[in-house]
Design a protein around this ligand. Structure first.
Ligand SMILES: Nc1ncnc2c1ncn2[C@@H]1O[C@H](COP(=O)(O)OP(=O)(O)O)[C@@H](O)[C@H]1O
Ligand SMILES: [Mg+2]
Length: 298
């Protein structure tokens, strides 16, 4: 487990980029690997991110330059390296100074434009990284969620509903375009010049645009579909402006796909919480899930 920047990284930065004044672990990191903000003596900051699987390093080296050209702002890559003794990759990148303010967490136009640019630029000609994350929905995930509920009748109902939604979800996972796969509001930053930047590309993959739109919505989304409709309307307006590929869904159909994707990603999130079974966040999602399904199917 890597909790620190390694000696090798430390030496590389000091010799090539500037004298390190301090480094701090940044929030939102997983137990394995790590992400650090490094401050240099000339007051510049860098992000150093550990990457056990090497997938994100490949993304930054080989794919990001193509996407930047198409209007997807991604942190500038400064250096990647493989550290043999740790069997671990490191990515050094631009530190985006500001996080996304909360008043921009809902249907933000710049977020929607960025996602349109990403999806449109890769429409039916996706980049692939062998061994990368693949979004899937299988019955075991539903069964795990249902096993977490106390009420037997409720859980039987929910399992039937989830299995039906799952059977009806194949379009979510068709390789329409590349997706970031983790567009939640904590993965966006703002540059000094106000540009919005998407970091965290570990789940870069392919699928329906609805997946990225659903994940960009905080929590479970709205129960009256207003937020999803606003997002779908803005997304389609921005897509049409590019005047390239026809989009396969109407506003209403896109809202439906976004809702399905939201339920899938919620199931995926909960079923991945091995130790978080009793955590407040999981309990909150378990309470909201049946309400979301009801709102969606009425
Ligand atoms: N390029 C960056 N600029 C500024 N902050 C960053 C950058 N990359 C990551 N961070 C910060 O580190 C946190 C964790 O990094 P992230 O890439 O999202 O990894 P994780 O997969 O652990 O969520 C982010 O939520 C953000 O606060
Ligand atoms: Mg993140």
């Amino acid at each position: 487990m890597v909790y620190k920047i390694s000696k090798e990284m430390d030496t590389f930065i000091n010799e090539n980029l500037g004298e390190i004044v301090k480094y701090e672990k940044v929030t939102g990191i997983k137990e394995m690997g790590g992400c650090f903000r490094v401050t240099l003596s000339h007051n510049e900051s860098l992000i150093v991110k550990g990457d056990p699987s090497c997938l994100e390093s490949i993304f930054y080296r080989e794919i990001a330059p193509n996407l930047r050209e198409k209007g997807v702002n991604i942190p500038h890559l400064i250096h990647t390296s493989f550290e043999e003794s740790l069997n671990h990759y490191w990515t050094i990148m631009e530190c985006v100074p500001y996080s996304l303010p909360r008043d921009r967490w809902f249907a933000d136009q710049d977020i929607i434009n960025t996602l349109v640019n990403l999806h449109n630029a890769t429409w039916q000609r996706t980049f692939e990284i062998p061994g990368s994350y693949k979004p899937v929905w299988h019955e075991k995930m539903n069964a795990k969620i249902v096993s977490m509920l106390d009420n037997v009748n409720e859980s039987r109902d929910l399992e039937l509903q989830l299995n039906k939604l799952m059977q009806d979800s194949s379009e979510l996972f068709l390789p329409y375009c590349n997706i970031n796969g983790d567009t939640n509001p904590t993965n966006w930053g703002i540059r000094e010049n106000n540009e919005i930047v998407l970091f965290d590309w570990e789940r870069f993959s392919n699928g329906s645009p609805a997946i990225d739109l659903a994940i960009s919505i905080p929590g479970i989304g709205s129960l009256d579909n207003q937020l999803e409709l606003e997002i779908a309307t803005k997304y389609l307006a921005s897509w049409r402006k590019l005047d390239t590929h026809l989009f396969p869904y109407s506003e209403k159909e896109l809202v439906h796909e976004i809702n399905k994707a939201k339920i899938w990603v919620t199931i995926e999130f909960i079923s991945n919480q091995v130790d978080g079974f009793n955590s407040e966040v999981v309990t909150w999602f378990l309470e909201k899930l049946p309400l979301k399904i009801k709102a969606m199917t009425k």
